[in-house]
Design a protein around this ligand. Structure first.
Ligand code: NCD
Length: 342
């Protein structure tokens, strides 16, 4: 695809060479994301970061990614503090914000809303998650993490064995990830969920039509055997018709160190788009896995900054100029071990 000036709304836009291009630029971003060098390649550019649903890492990492390239970030974080609460349409908001900014990231609870917004925007729009539909940048950072974790063991994405566990019906990160995986060769997917929370039929058919192996499980222990990656998700309780219904699924699938030791291969990588639900009744990914070196959840979040920097620089056409006039960092950085307080 042509990245310059494009919206990023769905992973359907990408082919394998686009993904390779994004990953190559993301690799290049490491010294800036790790704060060993500074680049100002987006100096003067403004990002409107519009999050009309709860978010910590997606919102902050988009903002950090833009700042790390030298740009400025303006943010709105709730429907009630935006003019949507006064009845403003997505069309009008898009026309207004595209007069103020060079690129816009939007998260919104309604499926298709970010596309509708993008159609009226005069600047590129990136989908930060639209209802239970898609979350393209999460899927890219997940795939980038999978690639890195496998590369460290001498393996590639082709031939991957993955178990995807939890709420596969409403989980937009899973929807986008399954579509991206379908672009590779010889993937084997275990879909592990309660019967009412299975993955969309379209995604399953797409994988099967492309020759991948898909198996569905309702039993956690059976589904997590013989996989390279265990991708666990939260019950998306905000998408259920009622809290009572969401509560029925809470805590059904819990991965802890005992389950991992007894049922997974010894070096299975554990991933989760986060946030994990750490409340006692949920714990789909138990805190007792925190010391497990195969727990890659915080490597995923770090990789999110690289992927988002790569997308901004491709869309705004500065990917080739990132290293020009880059400078070393002279101040104390968070990447050095902080002194103990007191
Ligand atoms: C995910 C999302 O918002 O879809 N979170 C994220 O962006 N990392 C997954 C979730 O909320 O469970």
């Amino acid at each position: 695809m042509e990245f310059v000036g494009s919206h990023i709304l769905s992973v359907d836009q990408f082919d394998r060479s686009d993904i390779e291009q994004i990953f190559a630029v993301a690799d290049d971003m490491q010294p800036y994301a790790h704060r060993t060098r500074i680049t100002r390649v987006l100096q003067g550019a403004i990002l409107s970061n519009m999050f009309f649903e709860s978010s910590t890492r997606t919102r902050v990492s988009f903002g950090c990614a833009f700042n790390l390239l030298g740009g400025e970030v303006r943010e709105t974080t709730e429907i009630k503090s935006s003019a949507i609460a006064k009845g403003e349409s997505l069309h009008d908001m898009a026309r207004v914000l595209s007069g103020y900014s060079d690129v816009i990231v939007m998260r919104h609870p309604a499926e298709g809303s970010v596309k509708e917004f993008a159609e009226a925007s005069r600047v590129p729009v990136i989908n930060g998650g639209d209802g239970s539909n898609e979350h393209p940048t999460q899927a890219l950072l997940d795939l980038y993490t999978i690639r890195k974790e496998l590369e460290d063991r001498g393996d590639a994405i082709d031939g991957l064995r993955i178990a995807v566990v939890g709420d596969l019906r409403y989980g937009r990160a899973v929807h986008s990830l399954l579509k991206l995986l379908a672009l590779f060769d010889n993937i084997s997917v275990n879909l592990v969920s309660p019967p009412d929370l299975t993955a969309p039929l379209d995604s399953v058919r797409d994988l099967e039509n492309k020759g991948h192996r898909v198996e569905t499980f309702q039993n956690l222990e059976d589904g997590v055997n013989h996989v390279d990656i265990l991708y666990v998700t939260r019950t998306q309780e905000e998408r259920f018709p009622s809290q009572e219904e969401a509560d029925r699924y809470r805590g059904l699938f819990r991965i802890n160190q005992t389950i991992y030791t007894e049922h997974c291969e010894p070096n299975t990588v554990i991933m989760h788009p986060l946030p994990r639900d750490s409340r006692a009744a949920a714990q789909e990914l138990d805190d007792d896995l925190n010391a497990n070196p195969n727990l890659a959840i915080f490597r995923q979040t770090d990789n999110g900054v690289l992927i988002r920097m790569a997308l901004f620089s491709l869309i705004l056409d500065v990917a080739d100029g990132v290293h020009d006039h880059a400078q070393p960092v002279t101040w104390f950085t968070a990447r050095r071990t902080p002194r103990t307080l007191g």
